[in-house]
Design a binder for this molecule. Structure first.
Ligand code: GTP
Length: 598
């Protein structure tokens, strides 16, 4: 395809503003898929994505379109994830295309994620076409939202497309805007040495590892010997093709084109997103700039509730890791929980997705320990090391100081909820950097410790703003603070899975809250159970769970045997979800609930 007939683009939008619906509509109105194969949200392939309505993996589709000028164009859409955890995936898929459609719900307006993703698109030098969606809704205010886009983002919105992705209004205008307003790929010589970007990769049960590529220069053909420049790995290309959105084989891909290859690559881990692919025999002299592997930032322990399922869990984690290079794991043993894995994630959503998949697809019930960030520990002997697990905290007397990761968070919220949002950020040790208004919405920027955000910040933010706030963040680097490890002792036994790192000034408050929660969560036993929070050897909070008085079956009066049996069975089933700590049974939910701050 000649370069001037190619348009490569992505769609930038806040969650729920209609990105997937628009993509479906573009595919449908160009007859890319037969009508009978059309199913809602074609691009969200995984069930879990469909259920949660979020797009996790970047997907892509090639659309053939005959424009009003009578010429045939190839439109390549790369679908990008909308959630903060996947910021790196967004930024690198943006570098594979030249333009973006900025979709904003005309009844909602600009949100924090819209901003974050638009800035990523601007950084990638994109031409941006504003698209105001959901104009069919009575609450839609396209003029106001167009003005807001100009004020807040600074993009000319006089020629914004007004559409309803749901009813199909305005879709032809979007297709024309893609052709007339977005640039074609910059010149790329088909005879130059191959330079292609590895945009994404995933495991396909039939084909093995599939790699999404954008060709910058040169031509990639079936049978070529290729080299990944960052990893140095060599492969022979077995298959080349494009997505419509089903896979379709092609003999080759040239400059400006986007497609997939398979090359007997064993694991997704061997393919680094952002890497440059070139020919083994004739290498490009300059790899693409800006390569950085994505790094897990949140860690937690995953343990099977039933310890006999450890091998199954290992198997599940290995399988998931094959398909997800940003998910890391290593074996962990906990005195309380036995054998499990310490796993690293890009963020909380990523953690939840993996945990759900293990529970649902592999049928393993899990205990998840408190999520933790990576601390930098500077020891008195001058060495620094990373702490991924509070349980591994060295003797405090050997430590010079501790540093924790901070983020820059952008929150947009209707101004009636601003007070609650500021209080929440303040309570989480936030430092306000900025506060501005766009209409009746406030935008505030905070410097916050990541560890105060990883646990339940989104949930709290949602509940204090009734779901009207939007949130986005980026990592800012490490800073020293007065951090200590707080241990929890149940019946005088430390429960390592409940250890957390806390700020010294908040330790008493957090310790008290955790002990109170645990007191409610742990069932009574035949004996009295002290529950304590401690720093070093010093107890800072304490609760006592009193002993159980009666046998639960006593009130069945012995008469009704089946009822008694049922009650005992129920108790037994309840037991399964408990773990024994010394003589005490702690229910699974306690590990998460005890850590929630409210
Ligand atoms: P993520 O995949 O989670 O990022 O969301 P998305 O931006 O892809 O949003 P999606 O396309 O899933 O749309 C969100 C909701 O808005 C769905 O319930 C759609 O049916 C609805 N929706 C999308 N476009 C329109 C529209 O033009 N009008 C109306 N009334 N509803 C729409």
């Amino acid at each position: 395809t000649p370069l001037d007939r190619i348009r490569n683009f992505s769609i930038v939008a806040h969650i729920d503003h209609g990105k997937s619906t628009l993509a479906d509509r573009l595919i449908q109105s160009t007859n890319t898929v037969a009508e009978r194969d059309m199913q809602e949200q074609l691009l969200d392939s995984m069930d879990i994505e469909r259920e949660r309505g979020i797009t996790i993996k970047a997907n892509t589709v090639r659309i053939d379109y005959t424009a009003n000028d009578g010429l045939d164009y190839v439109l390549n859409l790369i679908d990008t994830p909308g959630h903060v955890d996947f910021a790196y995936e967004v930024s690198r898929s943006m570098r594979a295309v030249e333009g973006s459609l900025l979709v904003v719900d005309a009844s909602q307006g600009v949100e924090a994620q819209t901003l974050a993703n638009v800035y990523t698109a601007i950084e990638a030098d994109h031409e941006i076409v504003p698209v105001l969606n959901k104009v069919d809704l009575p609450a839609a205010e396209p003029e106001r939202v167009a003005e807001q886009i100009e004020d807040v983002i600074g993009i000319d919105s006089t020629d914004a497309c007004l559409i309803s992705a749901k009813t199909g209004i305005g879709i032809p205008d979007v297709l024309e805007a893609i052709v007339t307003r977005l640039p074609s790929p910059e010149s790329g010589d088909p005879d130059a040495p191959l330079k292609a970007m590895l945009v994404d990769s995933w495991y396909d049960p039939y084909l093995g590892v599939v790699v999404l590529v954008r060709i910058m220069e040169g031509t990639l053909k079936k049978g070529d010997q290729i080299r990944m420049m960052q990893t140095g790995a060599k492969y022979g290309v077995d298959r080349i093709g494009v997505f419509r959105p089903k896979m379709e084989n092609m003999p080759s891909l040239g400059p400006g084109e986007i497609g997939f290859i398979t090359a007997s690559i064993k694991q997704v881990r061997d393919t680094k997103v952002g890497d440059t692919i070139t020919h083994e025999k004739r290498q490009t002299p300059e790899p693409l700039p800006g390569f950085k592997p994505s790094q897990p930032v949140v860690f937690c322990g995953l343990f099977p509730v039933d310890s006999s399922e450890f091998e199954d869990l290992r198997d599940a984690i290995e399988k998931l890791a094959l398909n997800d290079a940003s998910f890391s794991s290593e074996m962990e043993t906990s005195a309380a929980l036995g054998f499990g894995f310490r796993c690293g994630f890009l963020g909380l959503l990523h953690l939840e997705v993996i945990r759900d998949r293990i529970e649902r697809e592999y049928n393993i019930e899990l205990i998840t320990t408190a999520p933790s960030v990576i601390y930098h520990i500077y020891q008195k002997d001058g060495t620094m090391h990373e702490l991924h697990n509070p349980a591994d905290m060295p003797d405090p007397s050997t430590i010079d100081h501790l540093e924790e990761p901070r983020i820059k968070a952008t929150i947009m919220v209707p101004d009636e909820y601003l007070g609650d949002v500021l209080k929440l950020c303040q309570d989480r040790r936030g430092i306000q950097l900025d506060l501005t208004y766009a209409g009746s919405r406030a935008m505030t920027v905070y410097d916050l410790p990541l560890n105060e955000v990883v646990f339940d910040f989104y949930d709290r933010l949602k509940s204090v703003t009734k779901g009207y706030a939007s949130f986005d963040y980026q990592m800012e680097g490490y800073r020293e603070d007065n951090l200590v490890k707080m241990s929890i002792l149940v019946n005088d036994e430390p429960v390592d899975a409940l250890s957390t790192m806390v700020h010294r000034d908040r330790a008493e408050m957090r310790g008290r809250a955790m002990c109170e929660k645990l007191k409610d969560l742990i069932p009574r036993h035949m004996f009295k159970i002290p529950i304590q929070a401690a720093i070093g050897g010093k107890v800072i909070a304490r609760e006592t769970l009193s002993a159980m008085r009666k046998d639960v079956t006593a009130k069945c009066y012995g008469g009704d045997a089946t009822r008694k049996k049922k009650l005992l069975e129920k108790q037994k089933a309840g037991k399964k979800k408990m773990r024994q700590f010394g003589k005490v049974d702690i229910p699974q939910e306690a590990f998460i609930s005890a850590l929630k701050m409210d």
